[in-house]
Design a binder for this molecule. Structure first.
Ligand code: GRF
Length: 207
């Protein structure tokens, strides 16, 4: 059984896709052991509660400085003893200690086809604003391992999504979630849990 912890900051629709995947059997050999949010009062916490998954808030507001927050985050994750840490809309820069401790065991979902519209400042709705401003006709989502670079880790999977005339950032965000994120994030977890992928020379290979 692959034990996973999901880190969230907001609505948690990706978290929900994981919960549903496990419940419906499209994600197998996986146990969701905990959810951690850096924000209080977000819908992700209700989703965890409804699914009967232990959830805790580790907010920077409760700590004297960033270093103390990072220590709390690390020990909060360690308490769940996960095999894999899943960043599902987690809007916190991952501290070095966490990257070291969980090397090659952290994955993230990003709402574009990396290397487009990623890196510093490219998060949430901004990513879709950037795609529309550039006028691309295809965007999508990427699930990747997390390393010290920003959105630079080995790519596990990508899914394209068509941009349509009249799209607003909000409409495009929703389509990318429905058609791409909620598919490839649970899919990547299932692949990892069932040992269908491995890392080789910094790239993901299917085995
Ligand atoms: C998603 O678009 C994700 O790709 C991005 O933040 C959003 C989170 O949505 N990093 P949700 O909290 O899973 O609903």
């Amino acid at each position: 059984m692959l034990k996973i912890v999901v880190l969230v900051s907001g609505g948690g629709t990706n978290l929900q896709a994981i919960i549903d995947g496990i419940r419906e059997g499209t994600v197998t050999n996986t146990e969701l052991v905990g959810v951690i949010s850096n924000n209080y009062g977000v819908k992700s916490l209700d989703r965890a509660k409804e699914a009967g998954v232990p959830a805790k808030v580790i907010s920077p507001k409760d700590y004297a400085d960033r270093a103390a927050f990072h220590r709390a985050l690390l020990s909060g994750i360690d308490e769940f003893a996960p095999d894999l840490v899943v960043l599902a809309g987690f809007l916190v820069r991952i501290p070095e200690e966490l990257l070291e401790r969980y090397e090659n065991r952290i994955i993230n979902i990003h709402p574009s086809l990396i290397p487009s519209f990623c890196g510093v400042g490219a998060y949430g709705l901004k990513v879709h604003e950037m795609a529309l401003a550039r006028g691309v006709k295809v965007t999508g989502a990427t699930v990747h391992f997390v390393n010290a670079g920003m959105d630079e880790g080995p790519i596990i999977d990508q899914m394209p999504v068509k941009v349509q005339d009249g799209d607003t950032p909000e409409i495009l965000q929703r389509r990318v979630m429905e058609q791409a994120e909620w598919v490839i994030l649970p899919g990547a977890i299932d692949d990892i849990a069932n040992k269908r992928i491995c890392l080789e020379n910094g790239k993901v290979r299917r085995v």
